[in-house]
Design a protein around this ligand. Structure first.
Ligand code: SF4
Length: 522
């Protein structure tokens, strides 16, 4: 069986960073780790090619070669996911789909034209699919029915199928699931509340494989919550610390974690000693009432600004996610988020309007309350809320656009980044990850031209850079890397503004029409 693994395109998003990637000649931030893992679980007697549509087009020869096309996608990739299924069917291929989108919205995947739906976690459903194909079935739906696989049996992903040059960072996964119960979260719906971890030996074998294949840059640990199972993570980090020293620190790591990381100094020290550079925290909002209402209790136990400060001073750069539009939210939430981000100096603050994602506790509650709006399921930072909030939607949308605009004002962004890197202190780990190449020199010159000559904030850019070279010189490289992301945010805030305002206009017109009709009927 010849299998073409196909990863659909993402739309432009907060994380797509096209401008920054262009600077360093990369095509995408992260590779499709899920499809590389699928290739490792399926029979090794089958043949595989992997095409990430975010990095290049599929060739005619690849289409002709394939007997079977397998696609995996998240909800935001829906448009290209559906288009590629159509294309594969037009060419007479057998098509199988899986991943978070198909699992969360199987009724949409069922009407996509795909022959097989391989839902839930592949360790359980891929073998069912193989059995069906081997007995000659031409269609089927495979579900795990609530069962969660033991990830200690997951094989090493087929990393060699990936085009390393196309990516800024590679990824590995140590655990799945999260012990918390945030009402809006779909992670716990898809992967459960009992974090399941791989063994330290397993993760080291994956890293060894990447090392053998020549990778020497960043690796994102794409866990839902890296510290979900603290005991197992510490065991793994202790083994990783030794491995990293023995291999002369070939990688730097980034990950996502809950904010209670701040209360575990041993964990933070271990992460820093293993060359973890940055951590993404789901902060959501500084409003305690909203956090309690959305059942994000772990964010209410300690002062969040002190927690962020502790994490940064321990040597981990913080990125964070924020949401506006919680029930009972008081006016001015956008401003409060901006003030929090400024105070805590978080450069990369992902910000969106609250969405009720498929099958979440939030969605079920809103459905019961009759507050869901008919809306497309492709959700990201440029999508209006898909339910009726407790204060006027137009107020939330205006606050959101204004706060996004303010956060990514070039001067504020440079200032936050500067203060963050001063607070971070010098790296405590002897990082050997360095690439002196023409591409990097060109990227440096382009950045200095754009931000140090063309932009109005040029004086601030040079003064801050001199400040970094004087007070914390060892971080100049990642500091400039984060400054470079500002290129993307400047463009993206305009997209957010235009798209949210356009959707709001449509919403308000529909509301006005609805009111007129109701009055006429009365
Ligand atoms: S902490 Fe993050 S991953 Fe865990 S339930 Fe809350 S939102 Fe989901």
């Amino acid at each position: 069986m010849r299998v073409l693994l196909l990863y659909p395109k993402f739309p432009k998003s907060f994380w797509s960073f096209e401008k920054a990637l262009e600077l360093v000649d990369r095509k995408a931030m992260l590779p499709p780790l899920g499809l590389a893992t699928v290739a490792a679980i399926l029979p090794q007697t089958w043949q595989y090619k992997l095409v990430d549509h975010n990095t290049r087009a599929i060739t005619e020869a690849e289409w002709d070669w394939a007997d079977l096309v397998i696609l995996s996608a998240m909800i935001v990739q829906k448009e290209d996911f559906l288009a590629q299924i159509q294309e594969a069917k037009r060419r007479g291929k057998l098509v199988a789909v899986g991943g978070p989108y198909a699992t969360a919205l199987p009724h949409e995947a069922e009407t996509s034209g795909a022959d097989f739906l391989i839902l839930d976690e592949g360790e359980i459903t891929l073998p069912m699919f193989v059995e069906a194909v081997e007995r000659g079935d031409r269609a089927g739906v495979f579900r795990a029915n609530g069962e969660k696989p033991d990830v200690t049996t997951t094989p090493i992903p087929r990393f060699e199928l990936l085009d390393f040059d196309a990516y800024d960072s590679l990824s590995v996964q140590f655990s799945r699931g999260c012990p918390f119960q945030c009402e809006f979260c779909d992670i716990i719906v898809l992967y459960g509340r009992k974090p399941r971890t791989k063994s330290p030996e397993q993760i080291l074998a994956e890293l060894e494989r990447l090392y053998e294949l020549g990778w020497r840059r960043s690796i994102f640990m794409v866990d839902d919550n890296f510290i979900g199972n603290k005991r197992n993570v510490k065991l793994m980090l202790k083994a990783l610390k030794v491995w990293m020293a023995e291999h002369n620190y070939p990688f730097r790591f980034n990950t996502e974690a809950s904010i209670d990381l701040a209360s575990d100094q041993e964990m933070m020290d271990l992460m820093v000693e293993c060359n973890f550079n940055a951590v993404f925290l789901g902060i959501e909002t500084p409003d305690e009432a909203s956090l309690a209402l959305t059942q994000k209790f772990q964010n209410t136990r300690d002062s969040m600004s002190e927690s962020v400060d502790t994490i940064v001073r321990s040597g981990l750069r913080v990125m964070a996610g924020f949401i506006i539009g919680f029930d009972g939210e008081k006016p001015g939430a956008g401003d409060r988020i901006v003030r929090f981000v400024e105070k805590t100096t978080i450069p990369t603050a992902m910000f969106s309007m609250l969405q009720a994602l498929p099958d979440t506790a939030l969605l079920h509650r809103l459905k019961k309350e009759g507050r869901l709006l008919e809306q497309d399921s492709g959700m990201n930072q440029t999508t209006l809320m898909n339910f009726i909030p407790t204060r006027p939607l137009e107020d939330i949308a205006h606050e959101y656009v204004e706060a996004f605009w303010t956060l990514y004002d070039p001067a504020s962004y440079l200032d936050r980044t500067y203060r963050h890197f001063l607070k971070l202190g010098a790296p405590k780990c002897p990082s050997r990850v360095r690439e002196v190449s023409w591409v990097n020199i060109r990227a440096l010159l382009t950045l200095c031209w754009r931000q140090g000559v063309v932009r109005k904030t040029r004086v601030q850019f040079w003064l801050n850079l001199l400040g970094i070279l004087r007070h914390n010189p060892k971080v100049w490289e990642p500091y400039l890397g984060v400054c470079a992301l500002g290129e993307h945010f400047l463009e993206y805030r305009q997209i957010v503004k235009e798209q949210i305002e356009a959707q709001l206009q449509v919403y308000l017109e529909a509301e006005a029409l609805h009111r007129t009709r109701s009055l006429d009927a009365a």
